[in-house]
Design a protein around this ligand. Structure first.
Ligand code: GDP
Ligand code: MG
Length: 522
C-alpha cells in the first residue's frame, strides 16, 4: 500500500520511531536501532497487515505448511536453505497477512539462528510448528514455554498429523494428551491446531488460515486477550489520544524493541546484581515476579527472626528484674532483731547514756566493762540472728531462684557461698549517735539502724552477685543465639540485594515508559 495513504498521525509516529532508532544507534545498540528501522519499513510498505513468524525445530514442516497455506514455492526437505527469513503472503478479500518462514531454531548454524531471531521482532504472532512425532520433545516444550511468556500471540501447530494411526490411539485421546502436556508445562498459548500437507480427517489447515487472516483485523476488547489490546498498551503509557487500530500493533512491536534496548542498557548492572543474589542466596531468580516473591518471603523471615531475638533478650531482662525485686523484698522484710535481741541492744544503749554508773569503787573501770559486756552480748546475738534469719535464707532463696533458671553456674555458686555479714562491735559502736542518747525512744531507733545497716550489706552483695549473673547469662545467651543472629545478618544482606534488583527493575520500567511516551507524544 502506498505511503501516501498513511494518515498524518501515523507519519508523526514514524518520525518519532525513527528518532528513537537514531538515539539507540548513538548509544551503541545498533541491533535495536535496526529493528526499529525494520518496523518503520514494515509500516511504510505493508500498512494494515499483520506479521506471523513460523518457527520450530528443523524439519517440522514449516516451509511445507506455508506452501500449502499460500501456494508458495519455498524449498523444503533435508537441506537447510538460506539463512534468511523468507516472506510469503496470505490474503483473502478482507485481509492480508505476511508469513515469515524461518530457518529453524535448532539450527547448528549461527547464521540461521540469528536470521530466526532477527525475523521475530517484525512478528505480531508466533506459529510454533512441531512435528507429530516430537510434540513431547523437551526442546519443543521449552520453545513453547519461552514464546508463551512473550508479548506476541502464540499458536501451537502439531504438524504432519497424517502420520497419526487411529488403531494405535484414538485421535481424541492423542489431542487430549497434547493439551494436558501443554498445561502441565504451564504453557500459555492462544490456539492449538493439528495440520498436515496431505489429506487427513483431523487437518485444521483452514482454521489456522482463518486465525492468521484475523490477526490483521483490529480486535476490540475480547476478554482474555485484553492485555494484547491496543487500548491497554497505549493507556499504559498515559496517552489519552485515540490511536488508529492499525498503528497499535506497530506500537506493540516498538515496545518490544524498546524493552530489549532497556535490558541492553541495564545488562551489566542487572548481571552484577543477580550474581550478588546468587552468591548470597545460592540460587538464581529468573523473573521479576520471582524476585518480588522472594523479597517478600525474606522480609517476613527477617522480621520473624528479629522479633525472636528481641523477645529472647526481653525475656532475659524480665527474669533478671523479677529475681532482683524478689530478693530485695525478702531482705527488707527479714526480721533479724527479735524481742530479746532488741532488748540487748537497748541495754547497751542504756549503758551508753551519760548518767550510767556501775559500782562504788573503781566506778569508771567497772562502767566501761559493763558497757563492753553489754555490747558483746548484743553483737553476738545479732550476729547469730542475722546469719540465721537473713544470710542463710537469702543464700538459699537465691540459689533456688537461679537454679530454676539453670543459672546457678559454678562461679555464681561460689560467690553465694562466700557471702558474709560483718556484724562487729566496731559496726555497732560506730552507729551510736551520741547526741541522741538523751532521748528515751532512741534505743529502739538504734536497733533499727543497726538492722538496716546489716540488711544493706546483704542487699549490696546480692546485687553484685545478680550483676554477675546478668553478665554470665548474657554471654551464654549471645552464644546460644549467635547462629540466629548470623542467619539474620545473612537474610538482611539477601534482602538488600533483592531490593536493589527491584529498584533496578523500576528504573528499567521508568526508562521504558519514557521512551514510549516520547514515541506516543504528538
Ligand atoms: N508426512 C508428512 N510429511 C511432511 C509434512 N510436512 C512436511 N513433511 C516432510 O517433512 C520434511 C521437512 O519439511 P520442511 O517443510 O522442509 O520442514 P522445515 O524444516 O520445518 O521447513 C520434508 O521432507 C517434508 O516433505 C506433513 O504434513 N506430512
Ligand atoms: Mg524450511
Amino acid at each position: 500500500m502506498p505511503t501516501n495513504l498513511m494518515q498524518t498521525e501515523d507519519k508523526v509516529f514514524l518520525t518519532q520511531i525513527s528518532q528513537l532508532a537514531k538515539s539507540f544507534q548513538d548509544s551503541g545498540d545498533s541491533a535495536a536501532a535496526n529493528k526499529l528501522r525494520d518496523l518503520i519499513d514494515r509500516a511504510q510498505t505493508d500498512e494494515g497487515s499483520a506479521y506471523a513468524a513460523f518457527v520450530g525445530l528443523f524439519s517440522a514442516g514449516k516451509s511445507s505448511l506455508l506452501n500449502t497455506l499460500c501456494g508458495s514455492d519455498l524449498k523444503t526437505g533435508a537441506v537447510p536453505t538460506t539463512a534468511e527469513a523468507t516472506q510469503v503472503r496470505l490474503s483473502d478479500r478482507n485481509s492480508n497477512v505476511v508469513l515469515l518462514d524461518t530457518p529453524g531454531v535448532d539450527s547448528t548454524d549461527d547464521a540461521h539462528q540469528e536470521a530466526t531471531e532477527k525475523a521475530l521482532h517484525l512478528a505480531d504472532a508466533i506459529v510454533l510448528v512441531m512435528d507429530y512425532q516430537h510434540v513431547e520433545a523437551e526442546e519443543n516444550l521449552e520453545l513453547a514455554q519461552q514464546f508463551g511468556e512473550g508479548q506476541k500471540r502464540l499458536a501451537i501447530v502439531v504438524n504432519q498429523i497424517d502420520k497419526h494411526l487411529d488403531f494405535e490411539l484414538p485421535f481424541e485421546d492423542f489431542r487430549q494428551r497434547v493439551v494436558t502436556t501443554l498445561d502441565d508445562w504451564g504453557i500459555e498459548y492462544d490456539k492449538l491446531f493439528f495440520t498436515a500437507n496431505t489429506d487427513s480427517p483431523y487437518n485444521q489447515l483452514d482454521s489456522l488460515s482463518q486465525w492468521l487472516l484475523e490477526l490483521a483485523i483490529p480486535q476490540v476488547n475480547e476478554g482474555t486477550e485484553e492485555a494484547q489490546q491496543p487500548e491497554d498498551a497505549l493507556e499504559a503509557h498515559g496517552s489519552t489520544q485515540p490511536i488508529p487500530a492499525r498503528t497499535d500493533m506497530l506500537m506493540l512491536r516498538v515496545e518490544e524493541v524498546v524493552d530489549e534496548h532497556v535490558r541492553w542498557l541495564f545488562q551489566a548492572d542487572w548481571q552484577k546484581e543477580s550474581e550478588r543474589v546468587e552468591q548470597l542466596a545460592g540460587f538464581q531468580l529468573d523473573t521479576v515476579a520471582d524476585i518480588k516473591q522472594e523479597f517478600a518471603d525474606i522480609t517476613r523471615r527477617v522480621d520473624e527472626n528479629r522479633r525472636y531475638l528481641e523477645k529472647a533478650a526481653e525475656q532475659l531482662h524480665h527474669v533478671h528484674d523479677t529475681i532482683s525485686e524478689k530478693m530485695l523484698r525478702s531482705i527488707d522484710s527479714a526480721q533479724i532483731a527479735p524481742y530479746e535481741t532488741t532488748g540487748k541492744g537497748k541495754a547497751f544503749i542504756e549503758s551508753m547514756k551519760p548518767g550510767f554508773h556501775v559500782g562504788w569503787i573503781r566506778k569508771e573501770e567497772k562502767t566501761r566493762d559493763e558497757r563492753q559486756t553489754r555490747l558483746q552480748r548484743f553483737v553476738e546475738d545479732l550476729r547469730s540472728k542475722s546469719t540465721q534469719f537473713l544470710l542463710w535464707p537469702t543464700q538459699s532463696e537465691l540459689r533456688q531462684m537461679l537454679a530454676e533458671q539453670k543459672w546457678l553456674f559454678t562461679e555464681i555458686e561460689d560467690e553465694i557461698s562466700h557471702m558474709e555479714l560483718s556484724v562487729t562491735e566496731e559496726l555497732c559502736s560506730r552507729l551510736v549517735e551520741e547526741g541522741a542518747l538523751v532521748s528515751d525512744s532512741y534505743s529502739h531507733q538504734y536497733v533499727a539502724d543497726v538492722a538496716s545497716a546489716i540488711r544493706a550489706q546483704c542487699s549490696r552483695q546480692v546485687k553484685r552477685i545478680l550483676e554477675k549473673v546478668r553478665e554470665v547469662t548474657e554471654e551464654h545467651h549471645t552464644m546460644e543465639l549467635s547462629g540466629e543472629r548470623q542467619a539474620l545478618e545473612r537474610l538482611k544482606e539477601i534482602q538488600s540485594a533483592l531490593a536493589d534488583m527491584i529498584r533496578l527493575n523500576e528504573d528499567m520500567e521508568r526508562d521504558k515508559e519514557q521512551y514510549m511516551s516520547y514515541v506516543l507524544s504528538q
